[in-house]
Design a protein around this ligand. Structure first.
Ligand SMILES: [Zn+2]
Length: 94
């Protein structure tokens, strides 16, 4: 009954990464390197839907994908909303 091991990995930006920020993000350690990453509210929704999901920074996720290619999911609607909100704020601030 078990399907092939399918691990959900939430890819997050390190907090040291300049630029993109979503208000309400929380800081969590990358499962691989231990660097702090920011998990936005949409990320928390994904974690709620996927118990046992791992949180990994962009750099480590690329290493994982090179070692073991997996399915890459498109951004969730909530993630797209956050990106749109960010762009609107940037646009109105300019
Ligand atoms: Zn990492």
């Amino acid at each position: 009954m078990s399907m092939a091991e399918e691990k959900t990995v939430l890819i997050c930006m390190r907090v040291t990464h300049p630029g993109y920020r979503v208000s309400g993000s929380l800081r969590v350690q990358c499962a691989d390197c231990g660097e702090l990453v920011s998990v936005s509210p949409s990320g928390w929704l994904i974690l709620q839907d996927s118990p046992g999901a791992e949180i990994v920074c962009v750099e480590c996720s690329l290493k994982r994908m090179l070692a073991e290619p997996g399915e890459i999911k498109p951004p969730s609607p909530a993630q797209l909303d956050e990106i749109g909100e960010y762009l609107r704020q940037k646009g109105s601030a300019a």
